[in-house]
Design a protein around this ligand. Sequence first.
Ligand code: SAM
Length: 376
Amino acid sequence: MSQAHLAYKSRVNLGSYYTPTEIVDIAWEMIAPCVHSQTTVIDSACGYGDFLRDRGQVTTIGCDIDETAIDVARKNSDKVRFFQTNALCDVSREKFGVPQQSDLIVVGNPPYNDKTSLIRHSIKEVGFDIDEDIASRDLGISFLRSYNKLEADLICVLHPLSYLIKPTNFRLLKEFTANYRLVDGLLISSSKFPESAKHTSFPIVLALYQRGTEGMEYSFIRSFRFRIAGKSDFCLDDFDYITGYIDKYPKKRDQSTYNDTLFFWTMRDINALKRNRTFVESYSANTIVIDKRKLDYYAYVDVFKRNLHRLPFYFGNCDVLIDIDQFRQCKPSFISDTVRHHPFLKKHFRIDPMDKQQTESELDMYFKSLFGEHHV
Ligand SMILES: C[S@@+](CC[C@H](N)C(=O)[O-])C[C@H]1O[C@@H](n2cnc3c(N)ncnc32)[C@H](O)[C@@H]1O
């Protein structure tokens, strides 16, 4: 199954990256225990309809804005009620003929397309209306909000993990998180989607949400144990982060007021660190002025960047991890490594650079212990 009927630009704008069958299988394993003879199952962004399986539910609904996709989906199944329409406009159960009291499960892989993200920015446009109360800069967030509007009892969908773990995104989901609680989350690499494989892979979660009065706070996500196929769980709270020691976004001050100033590329998440530089010699809109009292921590981030190959995909949206006690113990190794890569920094540190081999073996030990079972 592939979305081959669409040109590149439409694929980007509709977020049409169809889901590999093995992932659809796992989604169905997650919802199967809750599918009963009175359940309605809906995929409101169904593409060719791969998620629309029959497990004895009373009604199955497939919706997509893409006419050709719906035509193909219709040929694949005769038991499904199809709608070729915009799922984000006039959102209600009536729109799909679902009775208010009916047990409703949403399944699928809605599009994610951040209008403000720079990736493929020049061709991005949203060509349809979105209800004001669910509008957002990211289509995926709007889709999650639409499931809340449908008052779905259970939701099993794929979406970027960043929606949950980045506090700014989590806040965008306020109404959603007031009514839903994550009950299962399996992390999948975006590289499993053939079209995304060319880009830096980012973590996607196959998330199962249950509607209820409890909802969830951000702290719930920090302590949630996400599953990873064939590996042990991943939990944000298992680690300490550099953001506890240096400000991620210090105030940008006029560089002309500083003598002997050092600059650092603005820090974002681990995937951004992969693409960006660390220490830079001149000021620009993308740099911050280093507070020299915290220089050791900036050296830490610089060394961390050179060791990113040790980390699996699911850390992509996290901040830089740190074990503060161990770092303090082997700080000379970090500083020696930074100075070796950026000789202009030498005069800012009061240490004699260590032997390269010794540095490398200490850093190797540090990162193996920091990443533990996650070390690649
Ligand atoms: C990631 S694909 C998923 C397709 C299918 N569920 C699958 O996983 O194979 C996203 C789908 O959302 C559809 N889509 C995008 N915007 C939509 C909208 N506003 N309303 C309904 N469908 C939309 C696209 O046409 C595309 O088929």
